[in-house]
Design a protein around this ligand. Structure first.
Ligand code: SAH
Length: 245
């Protein structure tokens, strides 16, 4: 998968993209991220990329010309790939959206700054607008990294353990079960006995039950949408109402 990022702050990307799983995915050729500096496409001699808003008011707005020039110089005019504008006004980013984007061979991301980008970028260059949550950040760079990270995890072979992505929180509509590693007793706190039993079926049952319980306690909204099987219902009832059993 190829991702072209357009930003005024390209230096923010390499350290994160080179570490750990994303770094390995790029070395393995599963993911190729190219970061482009919008400022390189400003045409005036001071390389200005923002200006005051028409109509007055505070803050600066990113000018349309350098953004169009940057995107079109890399991807052609009009670009033949989805162009996503990161924006708090976009559609909410979820695991389902990450999976949807993970199926694309190529996409472009535009990072805003200041008060945001000139509306004509949104209307005539972007083909999609995505928000990573209902809060406002100073720029689209973290949202772009969030999106790339979540999308990369969905690529086949990106994770060392392919099972990992299947049971992850949100992948199946539920939160994941708790995890434990060595030592078996830490400050007197013990690992649940089931996990030490070696009984695979019992462990799977316990994990499913914990996953259901956590989701019920923390995110009843997710549970309501999850469509539980009869077995799931039974597992949940067992732990939710022990006193009535
Ligand atoms: N004035 C704008 C916010 C600008 S924030 C408004 O009220 O809609 C500056 C830039 O940060 C935005 O252009 C966008 O690229 C990025 N950004 C901020 N919060 C974001 C979020 N929740 N999701 C995605 N991008 C965001």
């Amino acid at each position: 998968m190829r991702v072209d990022v357009f930003t005024l702050f390209p230096d923010l990307f390499p350290p994160y993209l080179e570490a750990s799983i994303l770094g390995r995915a790029q070395l393995a050729g599963l993911l190729q991220v190219s970061v482009h500096n919008i400022r390189d496409h400003a045409t005036d001699k001071h390389q200005v990329t923002d200006d005051e808003p028409y109509g007055g008011g505070g803050g600066m707005v990113m000018k349309p010309e350098p953004i169009f020039a940057a995107v079109e110089s890399v991807l052609g005019a009009p670009p033949q790939v989805p162009v996503i504008l990161l924006s708090p006004q976009g559609r909410p980013f979820t695991q389902a959206v990450a999976q949807e984007l993970g199926k694309l061979p190529h996409l472009a991301l535009i990072c805003g700054r200041y008060e945001g980008v000139d509306e004509r970028v949104r209307a005539h260059l972007a083909t999609d607008e995505i928000s990573i949550g209902d809060y406002v950040l100073t720029g689209g760079e973290l949202p772009a990294l969030v999106l790339i990270d979540a999308v990369a995890r969905t690529l086949p072979d990106a994770l060392g353990d392919p099972e990992g992505a299947i049971t992850d929180s949100h992948a199946g509509g539920l939160l994941e079960h708790p995890h434990y590693t060595r030592p078996q007793i830490f400050r007197g706190w013990e690992v649940p006995e089931t996990l030490l039993s070696g009984d695979h079926a019992r462990i799977e049952r316990w994990r499913r039950q914990q996953s259901l319980l956590r989701t019920a306690q923390r995110r009843p909204d997710l549970l309501a949408r999850a469509g539980l099987s009869k077995t799931d219902r039974k597992l949940l009832d067992e732990v939710q109402e022990p006193e009535t059993k």
